[in-house]
Design a protein around this ligand. Structure first.
Ligand SMILES: Cc1cc2nc3c(=O)[nH]c(=O)nc-3n(C[C@H](O)[C@H](O)[C@H](O)COP(=O)(O)OP(=O)(O)OC[C@H]3O[C@@H](n4cnc5c(N)ncnc54)[C@H](O)[C@@H]3O)c2cc1C
Ligand SMILES: NC(=O)c1ccc[n+]([C@@H]2O[C@H](COP(=O)([O-])OP(=O)(O)OC[C@H]3O[C@@H](n4cnc5c(N)ncnc54)[C@H](OP(=O)(O)O)[C@@H]3O)[C@@H](O)[C@H]2O)c1
Ligand SMILES: Cc1cc2nc3c(=O)[nH]c(=O)nc-3n(C[C@H](O)[C@H](O)[C@H](O)COP(=O)(O)O)c2cc1C
Length: 588
C-alpha cells in the first residue's frame, strides 16, 4: 500500500499539472513508508478526472472527497460536473472516477442529460485509453436502482474503456460504501496501476448500512409529533392542500432551508384488506421480505410493499403468467404511451381483477411488488424563523378511476389516518443544490405553483429572520384565488412590509382560458430581464412533468426577447445560469 501521510503539492502552487504530478510522484517516493522494494509503479503519480452528476449534491460531495483522497496519495485530481464534460475530453483522459446518481425512470440528473445523449450517440469516439472507476448512487426502493450509473459503466466498456475495479451500486447511505470502495480503489492502484483490469469485473452492491442511533436517516427515522394540520385550500376547492407542522424539540434532527422531509408511509388498511380478499392465502401467512425480515403478508403489505404504483415489470409478469392479450398488447415499444396511461391511474387491484390467478403465494407478491418508498415533502418552514418545527405543504392525491375511488398512500395517510398529537417516522433529506444565495443582497426570482410554494415560504421566512436585504420576487399559481391561494395572508403581509418585492399570481381556473405562471413570466419579461442583469438567482419548484418544462421554455423566451438574443444564444445564457449556480430546480 502507498503510505497515506505523504505531502502533496497544493493545487494553487505555481506549477503546471505535469510539474505538479512529477513533484508529487517524487514526494511520494521520498516519504513512502512502504518497504524499499516497492516498485516505481507504486509511487507513480497519476492524473484523475473525478466526474459527478448530481441533483441534490451527494455525488458532488463524494467526488470532492475522492479528489482529496487521491491528492493525499500523491495523485492529481480535477473535479468536474458531467454537465460541462464532453466525450472528447473523456477520450483524452487516462484515469477517471465517476459518481452518478439516478432519477425518474432510471434517468440521469438534469445536468447530465446532454452528456448521456452524447455518450450514447453513434459518433462517440472510442475510449480505449481510459481506465475508470464507477460509483453509482441510487435508492433500492426504486425500480431502476442505480440505472444511470450502470448504463454509463456498460457504455464506457462498450467503447473500450477499462474498469479499474468493479462498479459499486450504493443505496442512499453512501458514506460507508464510499470509504470501503475508496480503500479498494487505492489498493488496486497500488497493485497494478497500468493494468488493473485482469479478468472480467462484476458489480458490487453495497450492503445497506446500519446507521448510528443519532443519524435519523430513512432507515432510522425520528418519530416526530404531528403538532398541527390545517387546510390551506377552502371547503369549496376542488382539491385539498394541507399545512403540517412536526415538532423536533426532543430530537437532534436539523435541517436547512431548501431541504425535504421524508415521511415513512403506511398503506391504507382498507386497500390491504381488499387485496388480501382476492388472494388464495390467509392474511397471516408468513413471508420473508429481502433485507427487511420475516412478516405476515398483511404486515408486509401494510408497511413494506407498494401496491398503488404499477410498474412495467409487473405488467410484464402478469401478461406472461396469465397469457393476457390485453396486457401483452401494451408491451411493444411503440405502445409506450398506452402503457404509461395504463400504469398512471391503476393499482394492484386492477391487475388482479384484469388477470386473476397469477398470484398463488405470498412469495409471488413479494417478488412482484416494489418496496414502499418514503415520500418526500419540500420543507416549508425556516430554521431561523420557526425554531424546532418542520412544516410541510401537502397536496392530497385523490381521484376516481375505473370505477374505484383512489388515494395516494402518504398524502391520504397524512390527511385521514394520523391524528394531531400522534407521532410519525420522518427524516431530513438534504438538498444541497437548492439553497438560499450566500449573498444576502442577491435578488431572487422564485417560481412555485401549487405545492411548489413550499421551499419559497421557507426561503422568504429565512431571509426575513436573517435580515437579508436582497429583493424577492415570487410567481405563484393555483386553480382559484378564492379557494386555493396557499399562505395568502402571510404572503400579502410580506408584500405589505416590502420583504416580498413582487408577487405575481396565475389562477388557472378563474377565467375561461388557462393562465399559468409562465404566462406571467412572459408578461413581465422586461422586468425579469432587468433582475437577471442585476444578478438574480432563479428557483423553480413543483410539478416536473409539465410545469418545469414550460417554465424553462418561458425563461428561454424572456432571455431571447428582452436580451435581444437568438435561440442558440439564449440557450447558452440559460446554461451559463445553471453553471453559475443561478438557476436551481426542485421538481417532482
Ligand atoms: C424532492 C420532492 C419534493 C416534494 N415535495 C412535495 C411537496 O412539497 N408537497 C407535495 O404535496 N408533494 C411533494 N412531493 C411529492 C410527494 O413526495 C408524493 O409523491 C406525493 O405526495 C404523492 O404521494 P402519495 O403517496 O400520496 O401518492 P402515491 O400513492 O404515490 O400515488 C401517486 C400516483 O397516483 C397516480 N395519480 C396521482 N394523481 C392522479 C390523478 N389525478 N389521476 C390519476 N392518477 C393519479 C399517479 O400514478 C401517481 O404516481 C415531492 C416529491 C419530491 C421527490
Ligand atoms: N389529482 C389530484 O387530486 C392531485 C392532487 C394534488 C396533487 N396532484 C399531483 O401532485 C403534484 C403537485 O400538485 P400541486 O397541488 O402542487 O399542484 P398542481 O397540480 O401542479 O397545480 C398547481 C397549478 O399549476 C397549474 N398548472 C397545470 N399545468 C401547468 C403547467 N404546464 N405549467 C404551469 N402551471 C400548470 C394548475 O392548473 P390546472 O390544474 O388548472 O391546469 C394549477 O393552477 C402534481 O404532479 C399533481 O399532478 C394531483
Ligand atoms: C424523485 C427521485 C427519484 C429517484 N429515482 C431513483 C431511481 O429511479 N433509481 C435509483 O436508484 N435512485 C433514485 N433516486 C435516489 C437518488 O438517486 C439517491 O437519493 C442519490 O443518493 C441522490 O444523489 P444526488 O444527491 O447526488 O442527486 C431518486 C430520488 C428522488 C428524490
Amino acid at each position: 500500500m502507498i503510505a497515506t501521510n505523504i505531502p502533496a503539492i497544493p493545487e494553487n502552487a505555481p506549477f503546471t499539472p505535469d510539474q505538479r504530478a512529477w513533484l508529487n510522484g517524487f514526494l511520494a517516493g521520498l516519504f513512502s513508508s512502504a518497504p524499499q522494494q516497492a516498485t516505481a509503479a507504486q509511487t507513480r503519480s497519476l492524473h484523475f478526472g473525478v466526474y459527478f452528476a448530481t441533483q441534490s449534491g451527494t455525488a458532488e460531495r463524494l467526488a470532492k472527497k475522492m479528489a482529496k483522497e487521491l491528492r493525499a496519495k500523491g495523485h492529481t485530481a480535477e473535479v468536474l460536473s458531467l454537465e460541462k464534460t464532453t466525450v472528447a475530453k473523456l477520450a483524452a483522459e487516462e484515469n477517471a472516477v465517476f459518481f452518478t446518481s439516478t432519477y425518474g425512470e432510471g434517468d440521469p440528473p438534469d445536468d447530465a442529460k446532454s452528456f448521456r445523449d452524447a455518450l450514447f450517440s453513434e459518433s462517440t469516439p472510442v475510449l480505449t485509453s481510459l481506465r475508470y472507476a464507477m460509483f453509482a448512487l441510487g435508492d433500492r426502493h426504486y425500480e431502476h436502482f442505480c440505472k444511470f450509473g450502470i448504463d454509463i459503466d456498460e457504455r464506457l466498456q462498450q467503447l473500450g474503456a477499462t474498469p479499474i475495479l468493479p462498479r459499486i451500486e450504493s443505496d442512499v447511505e453512501v458514506d460507508e460504501p464510499f470509504s470501503q470502495w475508496t480503500k479498494e480503489l487505492a489498493a488496486r492502484l497500488a497493485k497494478a496501476p497500468t493494468d488493473a483490469s485482469a479478468g472480467p469485473i462484476a458489480a458490487v452492491v453495497a450492503p445497506t448500512r446500519v446507521e448510528p442511533e443519532h443519524d435519523h436517516g430513512r432507515d432510522n427515522p425520528f418519530h416526530a409529533e404531528l403538532r398541527e394540520r390545517v387546510p390551506l385550500t377552502s371547503d369549496v376547492s376542488s382539491k385539498l392542500t394541507m399545512h403540517l407542522s412536526f415538532g423536533l424539540e426532543d430530537s437532534p434532527v436539523h435541517y436547512s432551508a431548501g431541504d425535504a422531509c421524508g415521511v415513512i408511509a403506511q398503506n391504507d388498511p382498507a386497500l390491504v384488506a381488499e387485496i388480501l380478499s382476492l388472494m388464495p392465502f390467509s392474511a397471516s401467512a408468513q413471508v420473508s421480505v429481502p433485507k427487511l425480515g420475516s412478516f405476515t403478508i398483511e404486515e408486509a403489505l401494510l408497511h413494506h410493499l407498494q401496491p398503488t404504483r404499477l410498474t412495467r415489470k409487473m405488467v410484464e409478469a402478469f401478461a406472461e403468467k396469465a397469457m393476457c392479450k390485453k396486457l401483452s398488447a401494451l408491451l411493444p415499444p411503440d405502445q409506450a404511451s398506452h402503457l404509461e396511461a395504463y400504469l398512471y391511474d391503476r393499482d394492484l387491484v386492477d391487475l388482479l381483477l384484469d388477470c386473476p390467478g397469477v398470484i398463488t403465494s405470498p412469495e409471488d407478491l413479494v417478488a412482484l411488488l416494489p418496496k414502499l418508498a418514503p415520500r418526500l415533502y419540500s420543507i416549508s418552514s425556516s430554521p431561523a424563523a420557526h425554531g424546532r418545527e418542520v412544516h410541510c405543504t401537502v397536496a392530497v392525491v385523490r381521484y376516481r378511476a375505473h370505477n374505484r375511488e383512489r388515494a395516494g398512500v402518504a398524502s391520504a395517510m397524512l390527511a385521514d389516518r394520523v391524528s394531531v398529537g400522534s407521532r410519525l417516522p420522518i427524516y431530513i433529506q438534504p438538498n444541497k443544490r437548492f439553497r438560499l444565495p450566500a449573498d444576502g443582497d442577491a435578488p431572487m426570482i422564485m417560481i412555485g405553483p401549487g405545492t411548489g410554494i413550499a421551499p419559497f415560504r421557507s426561503f422568504l421566512h429565512e431571509r426575513q429572520a436573517l435580515g437579508h436585504k436582497g429583493r424577492n420576487w415570487l410567481f405563484f399559481g393555483e386553480r382559484s384565488a378564492e379557494s386555493d391561494f396557499l399562505y395568502r395572508r402571510e404572503l400579502q403581509s410580506m408584500c405589505d412590509d416590502g420583504h416580498l418585492t413582487r408577487l405575481d399570481t396565475a389562477f388557472s381556473r378563474d377565467q375561461a382560458h388557462k393562465v399559468y405562471v409562465q404566462d406571467r413570466m412572459r408578461e413581465h419579461g422586461a422586468e425579469m430581464w432587468r433582475w437577471l442583469n442585476d444578478g438574480a438567482q432563479v428557483f423553480v419548484c413543483g410539478d416536473a412533468s409539465r410545469m418545469a418544462k414550460d417554465v424553462d421554455a418561458a425563461l428561454h423566451s424572456v432571455v431571447e426577447k428582452h436580451g435581444g438574443m437568438d435561440a442558440e444564444n439564449a440557450r447558452e445564457y440559460v446554461s451559463q445560469l445553471h453553471e453559475d449556480r443561478r438557476y436551481h430546480r426542485d421538481v417532482y
